[in-house]
Write a protein that binds this ligand. Sequence first.
Ligand code: F6P
Length: 355
Amino acid sequence: MPYHRTTLSAFLIDERRRTPSFDPELAGLIKDVEVACKYIASAISRGKLAETKATTRVNVQGEEQKPLDVIANEMMLQTCDSTEQLLGVVSEEMEGPYPIPGSRSGRYLLVCDPLDGSSNLDLNLTVGTIFSVLRAPEGAGEPKPEHFLQPGISQVAAGFTLYGPSVMLILTLGRGVHGFTLEREVGTFILTHPDMRIPEDTREFAINASNERFWEAPIRHYVEECKLGKSGPRGVDFNMRWVASMVAEVYRILIRGGLFMYPRDAKDPSKPGRLRLLYEANPMSMIVEQAGGASWTGRERILEVKPTALHQRIPVILGSRHEVERLVSYHQAYDRGEELKFKSPLFGNRSIFQS
Ligand code: F6P
């Protein structure tokens, strides 16, 4: 039995040794988020048994809140209530910022999706928590929405947990991406996946194909090419996956590469995408970039997008660098009005801009 393993606490202490500029207050904050995630993991593993009130509510974005969504949000807030480094929290489940009681001098802001992929809860499939840490503006006082509207490049840390067959915490402090597995009996996260790297090339993509009729031409073209496999212009067969749980998709990409897309579509013109910028796209983009991948809307690097609203939605295309770049080039060609054609032995010459 190896007792010399690196715990998350030891990792954070080492980080202070490795990086003198690393703020010990940030380590304290990460430790509190870790505790909240362990409470959530414990509730998730109990499934229906953890539901105290079986009422289903609707959140600020009109989406159904499962009882465990509400419980996970409470767990995050209550755990962070005494986190003196924090000024306030923005969560998917609340309309505005939650001020940490008695904290007027906290130097950080937490943004989180306490339970991502919760439509998978009833199916006993993997869900997770996504979080992002931002600096609070100096002398901010009460946390206000505009304090949180910072581009993703301003994040000082980001991470997510996976509540699956094992519980995992994936963390970046801006110097690589590291994965920890929960040793349940001891209640400690152990470093099991140091320095995770996303392969630049992949033959696997993930997209909700039921939205195909709403996609823009560059996405339709890309997916069509992949589906043609060996007989198409790519000359290789592709595999497709869709878990409908972003945490599980991004974890798979960190392990073996791949491309994840929830692109702009015409399903609901009031929504430019499905996923939320502040607590889904930004933290995942920081993680993916820190692991050597890329993350774009198709037209912009997500980390450079200036947010305008707390619950803003955005198109997301992330994963293995070369495939993301290919998709960005398709968007550029489309926006220049070029007619991108591909040759298929099965179908002859076809244009992507003809429907
Ligand atoms: O935003 C929540 C989420 O569950 C993501 O985790 C996931 O990628 C996506 O929604 C799934 O959406 P859909 O149900 O449209 O496939």
